[in-house]
Design a protein around this ligand. Structure first.
Ligand code: FES
Length: 218
């Protein structure tokens, strides 16, 4: 399931319990920094569809090509249904957009059109869920998935992974390439840099022995 296909943030009882257990497990790990905590929650939420945490995705293609996970960055104190926010992530020159759909779904994308790099906007007045719209050549992207639905853009919008904290604040915590899943994006960016986290996330090729070696050094 795509992270942008998450259920509304109201969450079921089972999802709430799973989320709480996850938080407890992560908080109990003294090696886990706040940055890592955010990353883990984002990834597990995206991969396992745990409700109660709004997670979305997206990022700039050229940054998605780079190795190394970007720093987590607070982008808003809150984002209400029907609202969108332009921000920069992971670098100051990287335009991105976050949006909150009427059902509570939180989503984040690169705001750079995959056609000729014009700025992409969220048009909440279009369709039942709004759409991501590029005015240069009438390019349109699905607000829930980032996939191209009309016009000349050749690829989906890269995603920016967003996490909503308990106080309502919204954090950008990572990125994906166009067409890449949340887990694929974070596993690629974690790579050899954080094998301990890669193991926890179930990244292909991550080994517990590598994580142990790394932990011993830190
Ligand atoms: Fe976006 Fe052409 S630059 S459709």
């Amino acid at each position: 399931m795509s992270v942008t296909e998450q259920p509304p943030a109201d969450g079921s009882g089972a999802a709430d319990a799973a989320q709480e257990a996850l938080h407890d497990r992560i908080a109990a790990d003294s090696l886990t920094t706040r940055r890592d905590y955010l990353r883990i929650v984002a990834t597990v939420s995206g991969g396992l569809a745990i409700g109660g945490i709004g997670v979305a995705s997206g990022i700039l293609h050229r940054h998605g090509d780079a190795d190394g996970a970007p720093e987590a960055k607070k982008i808003a104190d809150q984002l209400l249904p029907g609202e969108s926010l332009a921000f920069r992530y992971p670098e100051q020159e990287d335009r991105a957009v976050a949006l909150r759909m009427a059902d509570g779904t939180l989503a984040g994308y690169s705001a750079v059109c995959t056609h000729l790099a014009c700025a992409v906007l969220w048009r909440n007045d279009r369709g039942s869920e709004g759409e991501l719209y590029c005015p240069c050549h009438e390019g349109v992207f699905d607000a829930r998935t980032g996939e191209v639905t009309a016009g000349p853009p050749p690829r989906a919008l890269p995603k920016v992974l967003l996490v909503e904290e308990a106080d309502g604040s919204i954090w950008a915590v990572g990125t994906t390439r166009s067409g890449e899943s949340v887990q694929e994006g974070l596993c690629r960016q974690l790579g050899a840099d954080r094998p301990d986290l890669a193991v926890r996330l179930g990244c292909p090729g991550a080994s517990a022995s590598a994580a142990g070696t790394r932990s011993e050094r830190t």
